[in-house]
Design a protein around this ligand. Structure first.
Ligand code: SAM
Length: 315
């Protein structure tokens, strides 16, 4: 019997008919698709978006894997064929990106080379972020796969948004060094714990995949965590910027964008996922919290005791 604490969102428990009414399947004016989930084929719909209209693109396309997900199947192909498919939509993304836009593309280790090859044809790749996805796929004769790459690219590496202060991490200081005047060296004390605000690196080890007791969890095996996407959106966009995700799945990018006051356009070919994303957007109207992001600061996991002492977080 499922636990009462199981918060997983399942399409079969939702009012699909009403939720689907909020989804559109076509548009004639660009303004009609702002803050909307569009049900359809990205390759076709991207052609209708005017050139230079997006500030940020965040996307998690189907990887080059044969995989049977809840309602859909993906089939792997050769790297050459996979690159041809990537090229179809990457070209369009470059066309619709503004001159100061950024793009993030998620991939696993197998699709990492093809994604790099095609993305670098159209964008300047300026970093590769590696996320340690704790729950790897096990194998008896191999290491389990626990990483995902996220390529960070820009149109112009002299002109792009990067809000460093918005993505600093509040990290517990293990060795609180002091200078010769006996003052704290780059750290502060809050109630009775010591912390330092540090810059994020391109390795993400503090973000778990969503699991059943988290309100953001859906039935998807590859759902991206809100915290991971929040760090991307905060760093690379400003309030009211327009963000696109052409392969939406369970709706994480749209939900986080809404919570962070960005405008959004989302495309997904499966109606079930459109329904889930509509539902999550409804929830985001009432609750804009993002787990581990409090008062403009990202907290590390396993710091609950320290966080409890910080009264400002729980007022
Ligand atoms: C790996 S999933 C994305 C995961 C998502 N970022 C999340 O956090 O849940 C890829 C999604 O792209 C959708 N998709 C694949 N090809 C598409 C196309 N041509 N047009 C629109 N959606 C497509 C699939 O239905 C699937 O939902």
């Amino acid at each position: 019997m499922p636990s009462d604490r199981n918060k997983t969102i399942r399409v079969e428990d939702l009012d699909s008919e009403n939720l689907y009414k909020k989804v559109i399947s076509d548009f004639s004016e660009f303004t009609d698709c702002i803050n909307k989930t569009i049900h359809g084929d990205s390759i076709e719909l991207l052609k209708k978006i005017p050139s230079k209209s997006l500030d940020l693109i965040v996307t998690d396309p189907p990887y080059n894997l044969t995989k049977d997900y809840a309602w859909t199947k993906f089939k792997s192909s050769t790297n050459e064929l996979y690159e041809e498919r990537l090229d179809l939509w990457m070209w369009e993304l470059r066309r619709i990106a503004k001159d100061n836009a950024s793009i993030y593309v998620c991939c696993d280790w197998k699709s990492s080379n093809p994604v790099f090859n095609i993305m670098s044809k159209y964008f300047k790749i300026i970093n590769r972020i590696t996320w340690e996805r704790e729950k790897g796929r096990w194998a008896s004769n191999n290491r389990k796969n626990c990483i995902e790459d996220i390529y960070f690219g820009v149109v112009d590496d002299n002109n792009y948004t990067f809000n460093l202060d918005a993505v600093k991490i509040k990290r517990k200081v293990i060795a609180p060094y002091k200078n010769e005047k006996w003052e704290a060296k780059d750290w502060s004390t809050e109630i009775d714990w010591n912390f330092r605000l540090t810059s994020p690196s391109n390795i993400r080890t503090d973000i778990s995949i969503p699991f059943w007791s988290m309100p953001e969890n859906t039935t998807h095996p590859t759902q991206k965590p809100e915290k991971l996407i929040a760090k991307i959106i905060l760093a690379s966009s400003n309030p009211w910027d327009i963000i696109l995700d052409p392969f939406l799945w369970s709706g994480t990018t749209s939900v986080v964008a809404k919570k962070l006051d960005r405008k959004f356009i989302w495309i997904e070919q499966k109606w079930d996922y459109c329904v889930i994303s509509s539902y999550r957007l409804e929830l985001a109207e009432k609750d804009v919290s993002i787990q581990w992001y409090e008062n403009g600061i990202f907290r590390e996991r396993n710091t609950l005791q320290e966080r409890k002492k910080d009264k400002s977080l729980f007022n």
